[in-house]
Design a protein around this ligand. Structure first.
Ligand SMILES: [Mg+2]
Ligand SMILES: [Zn+2]
Length: 183
């Protein structure tokens, strides 16, 4: 089964300010262990991340790659692998087709795996944009309360999104997924 993760606020710490270097990239407690557990159970992992900091000139593609090298290196120690990282480098004003809540990144992921659709894949995010994109492509969509998650959960009370399940963090989502698999 395929699990698509948002990056900032799901895998790594995010307080609303841009993460501009590998030194500023810090995994959330338990997130890499959780991804390692998923991999051990046979799940495939992809990431879909908005990175408008590139268009804004805060960091370049080489630095983004270096952040992702750090992610992959740290994850390896927990037995995890990310197959594919789809990122949107554009500014919101560019109105591209990939910046979530648009679904272009999900299309790239679907093509990477040669899938006809993403129905039944899992999406985990901390922002409404993630949830809207995940739902639009038919994923089982989860909100985590890390990163922007508490704010997003508040917002869902005002403007609900049908079918979103809420968990404290990625580790809790993974516990749920693994429990479902063994059932
Ligand atoms: Mg996020
Ligand atoms: Zn884009």
């Amino acid at each position: 089964m395929l699990v698509i993760l948002d990056r900032d606020g799901v895998i790594n710490e995010y307080d609303g300010s841009y993460i501009c270097s590998p030194a500023q990239w810090h995994p959330l407690p338990g997130s890499l262990e959780a991804i390692g557990q998923l991999c051990g159970a046979g799940f495939r992992i992809a990431i879909a991340t908005n990175q408008s900091g590139i268009a804004r000139g805060y960091y370049d593609l080489d630095t983004l790659e270096a952040m992702h090298d750090k992610l992959r290196q740290l994850l390896k120690a927990h037995g995890g692998t990310v197959d594919f990282i789809a990122y949107c480098p554009h500014h919101p004003d560019e109105h591209c087709q990939c910046r979530k809540p648009a679904t272009g990144l999900f299309g790239q992921i679907r093509e990477h795996y040669g899938l006809g659709s993403l129905t039944g894949a899992v999406m985990v995010g901390d922002s409404r944009k993630d949830l809207e994109a995940g739902l639009a492509v038919g994923c089982d969509t989860y909100l985590v309360r890390t990163g922007n998650g508490l704010e997003t959960e508040q917002h869902l009370l005002e403007r609900p999104l049908e079918g979103v399940q809420v968990f404290d963090n990625l580790a809790a989502v993974v516990d749920h997924l693994l429990a479902g698999k063994s059932r």
